[in-house]
Design a binder for this molecule. Structure first.
Ligand code: 8DG
Ligand code: CA
Ligand code: CA
Length: 336
């Protein structure tokens, strides 16, 4: 996944609240490593972002789902003083700012960042002076630190999509490729390029060996490397490639992920990797309430024993919505 960024402020009447909530969320994820608080701040930000009007007080905010006392108080403090003491304290704390900075490098997670900061490595130039402490992925993340933070214009991803489809269909016309993530949700720019790939020969039940499965993805990566689209590999497993692509030789380096998905699980995967992550949580919760378990692989009914049954046949994204009786949302309606 791309390092999570603030949703764009287009048409958001509460974008200043969202900005501080997302900063608090990132602090909880990267520094405190409290994923519950991270989720709570993200949820609150996404609820505020979709309000049709400016929220005028903490009390008003508290009426919205996902906003409790603590966040309401922060909204009041912000409205009254124009800032938050908690964020000021975080900004003034050397260790917190260093950990936050290092986690912006692709491949450096919160634990690695803490480990580095504990050794006195606190800046990008410190990282450059301590390359032996970094993995291959982290070294590439460091090399492209600035470029990976730039958002990718939609028109560029459209052109990458054409090139990927051309190269991959020339290799084998049976491959199917979909770019998911924020691009599929219609965003005008994206943090990275999330590609899902499938092939009819690969299903969750066909006895395809691990090496055959890996071959499906590796053949694609090889072709894209030969075509100078893929320029670096961060990691390559049997089903997941993480790397770097460039539209043309002089284009910027972009983060590209390719996941190879069993053919029968393709629609659940597309749904999941289209997101947004907050939308996914809402839909999974709805599925649970209707007696189903939904994940990135499949949709299963929960039997009377409380255990999940066999995966339901799914031939489209719409099927998934229908089974759980959830009104269909087009990808661009899932930006929450
Ligand atoms: P962006 O890259 O433009 O910043 O936005 P994005 O495309 O929505 O985010 P992403 O981080 O690339 O993740 C792509 C989708 O994957 C996301 O929209 C929903 C799904 N997803 C979650 N949770 C997670 C997660 O923890 N890790 C990953 N890899 N994907 C996730 O819902
Ligand atoms: Ca991603
Ligand atoms: Ca993405």
């Amino acid at each position: 996944m791309s390092k999570r960024k603030a949703p764009s402020s287009d048409g958001n009447h509460n974008s200043d609240f969202c900005d501080f909530l997302i900063e608090l969320a990132d602090f909880e994820k990267n520094v405190s490593r409290n994923i519950h608080k991270y989720n709570a701040y993200r949820k609150a930000a996404s609820v505020l972002a979709t309000q049709p009007k400016r929220i005028e007080s903490g009390d008003e905010a508290k009426k919205l789902p996902g906003i409790g006392d603590k966040i309401a108080k922060k909204i009041d403090e912000y409205l009254q003083t124009g800032k938050l003491r908690k964020l000021d304290n975080i900004h003034n704390d050397d260790t917190s700012t260093a950990i936050s900075l290092l986690t912006r490098v692709s491949g450096i997670g919160p634990a690695k960042a803490k480990e580095l900061v504990d050794q006195g490595i606190k800046s990008i130039s410190d990282l450059n002076a301590n390359k032996s402490k970094l993995s291959h992925h982290q070294l590439i993340g460091l090399k492209y630190f600035e470029e990976f933070e730039l958002s990718i214009p939609r028109s560029e991803i459209e052109q990458v999509e054409l090139k990927l489809k051309k190269e991959i269909s020339a290799l084998d016309s049976q491959y199917v490729l979909t770019i998911c993530g924020s691009y599929r949700r219609g965003k005008t720019s994206s943090g990275d390029i999330d590609v899902l790939l499938t092939h009819p020969s690969y299903t969750s039940t066909t006895l395809i060996s691990k090496s055959e499965k890996g071959t499906l993805l590796k053949k694609v990566v090889n072709v894209l490397q030969a075509a100078d689209i893929v320029t670096e590999t961060l990691s390559l497993g049997d089903t997941k490639f993480m790397g770097v692509c460039k539209l043309t030789k002089n284009s910027k380096a972009r983060r590209l992920d390719i996941r190879c998905i069993p053919h029968d699980q393709y629609h659940c995967a597309i749904l999941y990797f289209t997101g947004s992550d907050v939308f996914n949580k809402t839909m999974r919760k709805h599925a649970n309430e209707k007696g189903f378990i939904l994940n990135e692989y499949c949709l299963r009914p929960i039997g009377s024993t409380g255990l999940p049954g066999e995966p339901l046949p799914v031939a489209s994204e719409e099927d998934i919505f229908d089974y759980i009786d959830f009104p269909f949302k087009t990808p661009s309606q899932r930006n929450m």
